[in-house]
Design a binder for this molecule. Structure first.
Ligand code: PLP
Length: 440
């Protein structure tokens, strides 16, 4: 019998092009026709789907937004308070000033703050400010930074073979609809490849508005890499923008740039800042941020009150608990336990990235199919599990134990099917997608 969730998703695919609003939440990214598309309730690290199944979330935790866990009581109370007092009016909400002070206290290198509600939007603001400040157009970047034109423009010049974003976080993103005139304005370099950034600068002397990058995503910075980037930006008067949308607060309180002693000109936060409520912040040095006054950067819902109220409550909690340490402990326990299980079964599982942003992959020619089978069988055990694990403060030792116990039941079949080579027969609804592709 088709589940309520699957039935709704079938309807969604007719009504909503692409099915969902976020590629990473497409059920096809996990297990086509098996992964429950919708939830009714979310609490701590559990969700209840539309069919009433209670599922332990050992997957992407709202794609890294809910660092404290779903529906954190302190954050929810602050949000409800703001809603009851009215979250929108003709006047501005005072929390945005309080939040600016809180963010600047954590980041003494920065002097001013602007807000938006989503990460991609905030990155577009940061790039606009950098371009306005320098009166230059070209942006050198590495990694993924959202859906906006400034970024997808990188794929205009080489649409074949995954475009220029090949080798970055989300390769092959389609730039259809991005004006051809932006071609050549976003140029990628690879993380830890300072020579590639140097080559961009040599080819475009005095034309770089910004260097945009995460201080780290999966790899530790090579000795001298971040210092080298900073130096190149100083030499060329280029604005250094660090994207802390995913890494920020997860790896280090205030962001990974503080951990590595990197002083940017702008830092951008999103996702975990509101613990599930939309708020993003662009913070920066006064002499750079002031350019926001000379470019039109303005939007109605950047003034609502829920986002700042949520962020203040989140920051308050993050200040009192060592969340990065908790995430590492939980993720390392999971890695060790699952690694041992796999080893005993002769299954090659690889973990990569920082423990707090764990990536799990099967080392096998049929890796995606094995991953799909693992996800389907874990769902049968009441667990959401995919190719990554974003730990949260709500995850406790007992949740890891539950995950490992279920894996102990599921992995022998995965190992057997890897050995026999019959995995495709075990997943009749097909292999999970691994990137952007058309659904209908
Ligand atoms: C590093 C980074 N930058 C930007 C974004 C885009 O943020 P949003 O999905 O909120 O637009 C993401 C989202 O995954 C991200 O990981």
């Amino acid at each position: 019998m088709i589940s309520a969730s699957q039935a709704l998703y079938e309807k969604a695919k007719r009504l909503i092009p692409g099915g969902t609003q976020l590629l990473s939440k497409r059920p096809e990214m996990f297990a086509p026709e098996n992964w429950p598309a919708y939830y009714r309730e979310a609490q701590g690290c559990e969700v209840i789907d539309l069919d009433g199944n209670r599922l332990l979330d050992m997957s992407i935790m709202g794609i890294g937004t809910c660092l404290l866990g779903y529906n954190d009581p302190d954050v929810s109370s602050a949000v409800i308070r703001r809603i009851k007092a009215g979250s929108m009016s003709s006047l501005n909400n005072p929390e945005e000033v309080e939040l600016a002070e809180a963010l600047l206290e954590i980041h003494p290198w920065a002097e001013q703050v602007r807000y938006s509600r989503t990460g991609g939007e905030a990155m577009a603001i940061a790039v606009r400010i950098a371009r306005a400040k320098t009166r230059r157009s070209i942006v050198a970047f590495c990694g993924y930074h959202g859906w906006h034109d400034w970024y997808l423009a990188a794929n205009l010049s080489s649409k074949d073979s995954g475009g220029q974003l090949q080798g970055h976080l989300l390769p092959g993103l389609e730039p259809n609809g991005v004006p051809d005139g932006l071609s050549g304005t976003a140029l990628p370099f690879r993380y830890n490849h300072l020579d590639e950034l140097e080559a961009i600068i040599l080819q475009h002397p005095d034309q770089l508005a910004a260097v945009v990058m995460e201080p780290t995503r999966h790899d530790e910075p090579a000795p001298g890499f971040l210092e080298g980037v900073r130096k190149l930006c100083d030499q060329t008067q280029t604005v250094l923008v660090v994207d802390e949308i995913t890494a920020g607060w997860r790896l280090h309180h205030g962001g990974a740039h503080l951990k590595y002693g990197l002083q940017p000109d702008i830092a951008v936060f999103g996702k975990a800042l509101g613990n599930g409520h939309p708020i993003a912040a662009v913070i920066g040095k006064g002499k750079v941020m002031e350019a926001a006054q000379y470019s039109f950067i303005s939007s109605s819902y950047w003034t609502e009150g829920v986002g700042p109220a949520a962020a203040l409550a989140t920051l308050n909690k993050l200040k009192s608990v060592d969340v990065p340490r908790h995430l590492t402990t939980i993720s390392e326990r999971l890695r060790a336990g699952l690694g041992d299980l796999a080893k005993r079964l002769g299954l090659n599982i690889r973990f990569s990235g920082h423990p707090a942003i764990t990536i799990l992959s099967f080392e096998d020619p049929q890796a995606s199919a094995l991953q799909t089978l693992f996800t389907i069988r874990m769902l049968e055990q009441g667990i959401l599990a995919g190719s990554g694990f974003y730990a949260s403060l709500a995850h406790r030792e007992e949740h890891v134990e539950r995950f490992l116990k279920a894996s102990g039941k599921v992995l022998p079949e995965v190992a057997r099917s890897a050995e026999i080579g019959d995995v495709l027969e075990r997943i009749p609804n097909g292999v999970k997608h691994s990137g952007f592709s058309r659904l209908t």
